[in-house]
Design a protein around this ligand. Structure first.
Ligand SMILES: Cc1ncc(COP(=O)(O)O)c(C=O)c1O
Ligand SMILES: N[C@H](C=O)CCC(=O)O
Length: 426
């Protein structure tokens, strides 16, 4: 695979943008190939400026659930862009979008922001304002965005870095517990009795690779938050509208107090949201006194793209069963391929998100994810990308399928994985 033009542009970009990227996961830091510079996306495929075509299993880190440049999303943008770019004033689409999101995700109220990070920051401030408490519990390996309070033992790009610039005075109020380990949560509550404003968790983690929470664990979090008067926040920035219209919480039948959204909710445009119970949401300014604001929040183009995306998902419930079927096929066939090669591995999959871990048989938390064979994962990833399957370059991320992926896409991926295994045997 030639990446000459990509390399040239990427190298030139580094002169102006630190590391050449606007988010670290894009830099292929672990790989020896240059990141392809992408020029086009259509359905399940993306194309780079060197003329290479890839089946995309990253999908803008989960955002592009309908595939790239879905015609309904594209039209929703074209329909308004001549008249509405930004006003910083109320628009009708905000009402329509809020109604659609509340009815679809079954929440009382919602506030739109510009990213997942803004959504989680807002949810935490809201929880603090509502409870009058100042500490939070988060879980090792979960990633909730790039604010200081969330970066302690975080997953995603943070997992492989030693961070600087974090304000220790702010971080001291973040308590880190172990994913799927109730004892660690009980300990946090016992030691910090009436001080915990919120517990924030990815109900299916995507940022230590895919690691699902156990149902009893989430139920116990609900009970412990009720007992101590803390707010339970499900960070569904990845899982919201991906695992079902009601997100991951529908799979577990556990109701959080607040939910954060991102990615899919904006149809691929910058968007995030915090939503949940009216009793808490009404604390937000200007109805209440918990401050939150944003010049671009609820931008009409973003709202239109998000509306078109969620409406299409709602009108086509078979999308979810199709993605489940395809992802199940991918899991089953990869299991066959790796077993035939006598590899030790584990594939964690929930709906249309999955991660392959080599060298381990089970991954239930961040420690276990970190014990997987990162070198083998790296060479597998590099091989897959060189053979035109675009996958996350880090172990601590998830692979995604979209509505636009086909059986052919999945079969191609499995075929290349098989080739990789034979190349290792030689
Ligand atoms: C679960 C989760 N929460 C929050 C975020 C932060 O979202 P954003 O990158 O849009 O700020 C991300 C991803 O980046 C995420 O995966
Ligand atoms: N893991 C992150 C989101 O889910 C990756 C996206 C990013 O930080 O750019």
């Amino acid at each position: 695979m030639r990446l000459d033009k990509s390399k040239e542009i990427f190298d030139k970009t580094k002169r102006y943008i630190p590391g050449g990227v606007n988010s670290p996961v894009r830099a292929f830091k672990n790989l020896s190939i240059t990141p392809p510079v992408i020029s086009k996306g259509k359905g399940s495929h993306i194309f780079d400026i060197d003329g290479n075509e890839y089946i995309d299993f990253v999908l803008s880190w989960g955002a592009m659930i309908l595939g790239h440049c879905d015609p309904d999303v594209v039209n929703s943008i074209k329909e308004v862009v001549e008249d509405q770019i930004a006003f910083g004033a109320p628009t009708e689409i905000e009402y329509k979008m809020a109604k659609l999101v509340c009815e679809t995700a079954q929440i009382d109220m919602v506030r739109f922001v510009n990213s997942g990070t803004e959504a989680t920051m807002t949810a935490i401030r809201l929880a603090k304002g509502y409870t009058g408490k100042k500490k939070i519990v988060k879980f090792a390996g979960c990633y909730h965005g790039h604010h200081d309070i969330f970066l302690k033992e975080a997953g995603s790009a943070v997992a492989e870095l030693r961070l600087k610039g974090i304000d220790e005075d702010i971080v001291k109020n973040t308590i880190v517990a172990e994913y799927n380990n109730l004892d660690s949560v009980e300990k946090a509550f016992k030691e910090n009795k009436d001080e915990i404003a919120a517990v924030i968790i990815e109900p299916v983690a995507g940022n230590m690779g895919v690691v699902p929470a156990k149902k009893e664990f989430l139920q116990a979090l609900r009970e412990i938050c009720n007992l101590y008067g803390s707010v339970l926040i499900f960070d569904e920035v990845i899982t919201g509208f991906r695992l079902s219209l009601k997100g991951a919480r529908a799979l577990y039948n556990v109701e959080p107090d607040l939910i954060t959204f991102g990615k899919i909710i904006g149809g691929g445009l910058p968007c995030g949201a915090v939503g949940g119970k009216k009793e808490i949401m009404q604390f937000l300014t200007p109805q209440g006194n918990v401050f939150q604001a944003g010049t671009m929040s609820g931008n009409p183009i973003v709202m239109n793209a998000g509306y078109a995306t969620i409406k299409k998902l709602k009108e086509n419930p078979h999308f979810y069963s199709n993605m489940e079927m395809l992802a199940g096929k991918l899991e089953k066939e990869l299991t066959q391929v790796f077993s035939n090669s006598n590899l030790t591995f584990c594939i964690n999959r929930v709906g249309s998100m999955l991660t392959i871990f080599f060298g381990v048989e089970k991954v239930e938390n961040f420690e276990m994810a970190k014990m997987s064979d990162l070198d083998l994962f790296r060479s597998f990833t590099e091989y897959m990308i060189k053979k035109h399957s675009y996958v996350p370059s880090s172990q601590f991320e998830a692979m995604f399928l979209s509505v636009a992926h086909s059986e052919n896409d999945v079969e191609k991926f499995v075929e290349i994985a098989e080739e990789f295994c034979s190349s290792k045997r030689k």
